[in-house]
Structures are given as C-alpha cells and as structure tokens.
Design a protein around this ligand. Sequence first.
Ligand code: FAD
Ligand code: DLZ
Ligand code: SF4
Length: 508
Amino acid sequence: MSRLVLVLGDQLSLSLSALRHADPTRDIVVMAEVADETTYVHHHPKKIALVLASMRQFADALREAGWDVRYSQLDDTHNAGSIVGELLRRAEETGASEVLVTEPGEWRLITHLRHAPIKTHILPDDRFIASHQEFEAWAKGRKQLRMEYFYREMRRKTGLLMDGDAPVGGKWNFDHENRKPAPDAVAFDGPKRFAPDAVVAAVLALVERRFAPHFGTLHPFWFATTRAQALAALDHFVSNALPLFGDYQDAMLADNRFLYHSVISAYINIGLLDPLEVCQKVENAYEKGAVPINAAEGFIRQIIGWREYMRGIYFLEGPEYPTRNALGHKRDLPALFWGAETQMRCLDKTVGQTRDEAYAHHIQRLMITGNFALLAGIDPGQVHEWYLAVYMDAFEWVEAPNTVGMSQFADGGIIASKPYVSSGAYINRMSDYCEGCAYSVSKKTGEGACPFNLLYWHFLDRHRDRFSGNARMGNMYRTWDRMDAEKRETVIAEAEDFLRRLDTGAQV
Ligand code: FAD
Ligand code: DLZ
Ligand code: SF4
C-alpha cells in the first residue's frame, strides 16, 4: 500500500527526512496550497508569492527526480482549504492510509497533524544542526540559557572556524568589532535579483487576485524561488558583501535597505539552502583570505548560534510560548505599523521598507519597530502576529523567540538578560534616520523632543520593580535617579501625553 508524503511550503529540500524515509516507486508526495496557511495571519503578499512559487518549482524538481506528486493549487475547485483536509482528500483518491511528514515548524500545525484522522508519522526535521534532544540536554540544569555558550557547542560540533579544540583567531566571538555606525557610502548593490519566470508570473497573478488587501507591495518581485537561484544569491553575497558584513552588521541607512546583509534567511527557512552548506561557504571564503574573521565569525554565529538557539527555545518552551506577556503590556498595535503616517522618520522608513520588501534587517526589527513596541507597552501577542505576517522569512519557530523573547522581553528573560531598549541616541549613532526627522533627537523634553527619549525613561520608571536590581541596568537607573525631580516629572507627563495620542489614533 502506498503512503502519502506531505511536503509543506517551508520544507522544500530534496534531503527532507520525510522524502528520505519514503519510496519513490510507490509512495506519493502531497503538496497543497491552502487557504488556511495563507491566511492564519495576513501574510505579506511577497511572502505568499515566495512560498507558493517555490512550492510549484519544487514540485517540478520532485517530478524530475521521479516522484509522483499530487499538487493542489489554491484556486483548484476541490481544494479542501487546509493541510489535513487535503491529506484526507488525497488519501481517498489514492487509497493511501498512512502519512509521512517532517515535523512542521509551528506547534499549530503539529497539533493539527497529531489529531488528523489518518495515521501520521512525524519525523524529526534534521535540516538543523542541533536536534531537540541535544538542545534539551544542553539546557538541562542551567540557570540561564545564554546563546553564547550554546554557540560554542555548535562550533565544536560542526568544527566550523575551529583549530582543534580552540576557536580560530583565538576568540569565540568578534561581536565588539561588528558595531560600526552607518557608512557614508555602501559598495554593494544589494541582493541578487531574479526576473519572474512563467511559474512565478502565474503565482504573482494569483496573489494579486486573492491577497490584494494584505499589507505589503507585491511588485517588483525578485526573490529566488529555486535552489539554483538561492545558491546564486548566496554566492553573490559571499563574493560582494560578506567582507563588510561584520563591520556594518548593526548599521542602518534610510535609503539603503540591505547594506551588507545576505537576505537569505527566507531561502534557508523554506529549505532552498542548507544552513551548514551556507556556513561552509563562508568558512571557505575566510580560509582563502577573501573575508576577515569578524565577518566570517559574525555571520556563522548568526546561523549556528542564534538561528539554532531560537529553534531550541521555541520547542523547549512549548506551544504557549508565543502568548507570554511577562511585562503585562496591553496597548493595541498602533496604525503606524500598518503604514499610517508618522513623523518619526526611523519608524516611517522601517515600516515603509517592510511594506515594500517584506524585509528589514535585524537591528531595524530589534531597535526600531521592536524597541518602539516595547517602550510603548504594546501587547506582545499583537507584535508577534505583526512580525509573523510582514517578513518573508517569518515562520513561528524562529519569529516567536525573536519577537516575544528577544525583542519584547515577554518571556521574562529566557532569551535576553535585559530588555533591548534604547533612547534616540542609539538610533542616531547607528543610522542616518534622525537627519531630517520632524523630531529632534537631541531634545529630551518639550516641543519636538524625540519620542524614544521620553518613552525610554517612562519604560524604565514603570518597570522599576522588575529591572532596577538587574546589574546590567544599574547605570540606567542611576542616571534616571540623578535627574532632578521636576525634569523626571516632565518626562513622564510628556511620555504619557504621547501614549495618549498614540491610543486615540492621532498622528505621532
Ligand atoms: P543577515 O543579517 O545576513 O544574517 C545572516 C543569517 O543569520 C540570516 O539569514 C539568518 O538565517 C541568521 N540570523 C541572523 N540573526 C538571526 C536571529 N536572531 N535568529 C535567527 N536567525 C538569525 N529571522 C528569521 O529568519 N525569521 C523571522 O521571522 C525573524 N523574525 C525576527 C523578529 C525580530 C523582532 C527580530 C529582532 C529578529 C528576527 N529575525 C528573524 C532574525 C533576523 O532579523 C533575520 O534572520 C535577518 O534579519 C534576516 O536577514 P538576512 O538574511 O539579511 O540576515
Ligand atoms: C507560509 C505558508 C503559506 C503562505 N502557504 C502555505 C501553503 O499554502 N501550503 C503549505 O504547505 N505551506 C504554506 N506555508 C508554510 C506553512 O505555513 C508552514 O509550513 C507552517 O507555518 C510551519 O512552519
Ligand atoms: Fe527616530 Fe527620534 Fe531619530 Fe526621529 S529623532 S528618527 S523619532 S530616533
């Protein structure tokens, strides 16, 4: 009897465990574009197009490799609208009574599959460096789950940038060399762009028809949708941007959306690129002398360190992790996150870029939109849904720990040892946003004072009980306490006035 092999939209790897465990001579691959997956949050149209077009291209690659693929397009008349619905329909059509699937990257879908009325074997997703068991073993008995120590384990396990037992370059981490402010000019013309072929064009027409109301601009669409294209995008990055990736990793420019970033997270997350092969290419460039150690180490740390660690936390903490709200934040997500006009240039530029590209780099996500949401006390559940919807690389296993944990401190400090908050001074140091902003970054209070300056102190003040004893935050509280009482009162009153205006939907 044949079995069904379910391949999800972020499982587009020929080495997928479900495919490895199946028999192409008798088992049948099921791939399904379904309404449920396209709308469980209102994904950015570019993200939907990336996933559906890459699914179609991958189905062709599977057929070429000899698989029988039953592929459902979103507009097919008999489409059941959900993954489990499609599995049951295909089971009836083919007589199959069992399903093989690689573990999905989201508790929601794992639960659906566990409860599906058909025998379903969920196999480990071994496209990661650490298995769930390895992460659990590492985490067991530790008071703090600091990424840095996990990362060193991953360096040892993979042998990447290792010289026997010692890290190449004599240090595990070159992060302090990766904090240069925004450069005046950028010598990289951005990620490799691909003209839509017939498969992509058909998906773009579908997305335009079905998802026009979703936040985000569909055209121009230039993402890679095949493994060959994703590899070309990776090579383009390694040859042209990687040497300066480390230096400018944290910098932000209003009119340069990609700086020296790779823009490959989505390609890795949907399975077009393998994380280890990506790191090996980077290591290779370092060994050939083409890139400095701070770039190679900084990049590899993001993938075998942060990316693996985030996945470990998501699965360790369980399905309710995304609902955590340790700071009790309740404010609704303001309309400016959906493109309503704002005078705050940093937010305007970051949200605008997100709308156009379905992309913002890490520091824009963490220190502009994330920082603002945290300082303003926005409900982390709403912040989480926003990030899950608007970025092309957003899948819950990686998005939720980054948003709920790292960015919003809503997990109470599992991921971050202190909240990632800053006043306008940090944004001004790392970007050119403040030049030309309607607000003045150097003004702490009064007409035109930068809202980050007000909200920063308001945040620290309202969470004093939780954070004043944190050794890493002592300086912040000492500075606040040294301000004269009248000035502190003015800051709090102006911050509250700003938040009131935000709540009424007034333009800020
Ligand atoms: P580069 O800057 O070129 O970095 C190289 C690679 O390292 C990335 O492609 C990615 O695979 C990996 N990486 C870097 N930082 C992280 C990280 N913190 N966690 C996991 N992988 C990392 N990343 C996602 O892949 N999906 C998300 O949904 C996502 N949501 C985020 C939400 C918030 C609030 C924050 C602060 C970060 C989020 N990140 C997410 C992490 C990071 O911002 C993106 O991986 C990165 O911006 C992708 O762009 P890039 O490919 O140009 O990365
Ligand atoms: C993100 C996404 C979208 C937009 N559409 C589909 C789809 O139609 N069919 C599918 O199999 N997968 C899709 N995906 C990816 C899934 O949502 C993803 O597999 C789960 O969220 C688990 O990570
Ligand atoms: Fe953002 Fe404040 Fe700078 Fe304006 S002045 S860009 S609001 S940090």
